[in-house]
Ligand binder design. Structure first.
Ligand code: SF4
Ligand code: SF4
Ligand code: F3S
Length: 400
């Protein structure tokens, strides 16, 4: 009897097991806020496609974005690249080099007009005719401008490609700009900022494009909303300490070792939109993201914050309340999310000015932490649960 997985996903996945691929697609669907059943649909759609061609153009970059992509697992991106998409041109990963690589790029573009995905990493220098970044003797801006109009979609991966990143930091000696700016705003470029970005945000975007044949919903900076809709501060595991006015004041001090809030060490979580606290990095378990390891977020993904604001500078506080929970003010008391529970609104105090540990009551801290947990969203919880399975004894065990 045919099993359900083999009904859904053809066997041409090569090194990626059907089980792993289905699991990956289910996690991706949850991360994109889609119903769980969509995971199987995505897997079916992707696996039945002819491997879609991808042309990857690099500008002024450090290869960190590519490295991040290659360091992920379940399944490894390496397997996904080799088995699911046809990576026809990538200066670092392509086997051919020199004129052979350039011929492969030209051939793929000519044969796949309107069907290939163009991925860019690195910023594009415009100063002096773009001479500060050349590929095969030509300014990369010229190659970008002749390639983009022929692509099905353009994805800018990393902060350099999304908004200029490190090369555009003052005084920006090469006139570095984003992919979208270099294209003069003529195309919708999907931005996946981060330095480097989370590879799953990139892969989920590719899966969405290929499955639904349209762009995912984007915010006003052309970032997929499924990944960049919330401030890091809203999902941070140290948020309860922020609300309680408990801050690490120096690296290695008692507060730092106890896991207190890093705001006073320059954490830019309150003004940076990204899903780092939920998506995590490197598949090595809980707290595997900058703030989780004790390092303040420096806003690597946020234009105007990362590589712009000094690292020790305190963030501007755009929002205080957990996302997605409407607050109704009732004469100084606040009802959260339409429920009966009442507490003093976290917006009613400024814990950064309060004496250490004198922000709010312990009960309110617990409540705020609970609400922040609720706001984490089903996607992250599902993703975490999918990595676990019940053993025969009923105990939960971590699976690959
Ligand atoms: Fe490197 Fe960061 Fe630029 Fe990616 S975004 S190329 S990791 S500097
Ligand atoms: Fe977390 Fe930083 Fe916000 Fe503190 S300031 S709660 S460490 S994101
Ligand atoms: Fe970057 Fe901050 Fe996330 S530094 S990786 S946006 S926690």
């Amino acid at each position: 009897m045919k099993d359900r997985e083999s009904d859904l996903v053809p066997r041409h996945l090569g090194l990626v097991s059907r089980r792993d691929f289905l699991k990956f697609c289910t996690i991706a669907a949850a991360g994109m806020g889609l119903p769980l059943g969509m995971g199987a649909k995505i897997a079916e759609a992707i696996a039945s496609l002819k491997r879609p061609p991808v042309i990857w153009l690099s500008g002024q970059e450090c290869t960190g974005c590519t490295e991040a992509l290659l360091r992920s697992t379940h399944p490894t991106i390496e397997q996904l690249i080799l088995d699911l998409i046809s990576l026809d041109y990538h200066e670092t990963l392509s086997t051919p080099s020199g004129h052979l690589a350039e011929e492969a790029r030209a051939k793929s573009i000519a044969e796949n007009k309107g069907k290939f995905i163009l991925v860019t990493d690195g910023s594009i220098p415009l100063k002096d005719g773009g001479i500060y970044c050349q590929v095969a003797g030509r300014p990369v801006v010229d190659i970008l401008r002749e390639t983009a109009p022929q692509a099905m979609a353009v994805i800018a991966i990393g902060s350099c490609a999304s908004w200029g990143g490190i090369p555009s930091a003052s005084p920006n000696p090469t006139g570095a700009v984003s992919t979208a700016e270099a294209l003069g705003g003529k195309f919708t470029v999907i931005n996946i900022p981060g330095c480097p970005p989370n590879p799953y945000n990139f892969l989920s975007t590719v899966l969405y494009l290929l499955t639904f044949k349209k762009l995912p919903e984007l915010d006003d900076k052309a970032r997929p909303k499924f990944a960049y809709r919330r401030l890091i501060h809203e999902g941070c595991e140290r948020r309860a300490h922020f609300d309680a006015g408990r801050f690490a004041l120096e690296f290695g001090d008692d507060g730092h070792r106890r896991g207190w809030c890093l705001y006073k060490l320059g954490c830019k979580g309150p003004e940076t939109y990204n899903n780092c606290p939920e998506q995590l990095f490197g598949d090595v378990g809980p707290r595997s993201w900058p703030v989780g390891t004790g390092c303040p977020c420096f806003g690597c993904s946020e234009k105007g914050v990362g590589f712009t604001k000094p690292i020790p500078e305190q963030a501007s506080l755009a929002h205080f309340t957990p996302a997605g929970l409407p607050l109704e003010d009732e004469g100084g008391k606040v009802r959260v999310g339409g429920g009966q529970l009442r507490l003093t609104s976290p917006t009613a105090f400024a814990p950064i000015e309060a004496a250490q540990g004198h922000g709010v009551t312990t009960a309110a801290v617990g409540l705020a932490a609970g609400l922040a947990g609720l706001a984490l969203g089903a996607g992250a919880v599902t993703a975490m649960k999918l990595g676990k399975e019940k053993s025969d004894s009923g105990a939960e065990t971590k699976k690959d």
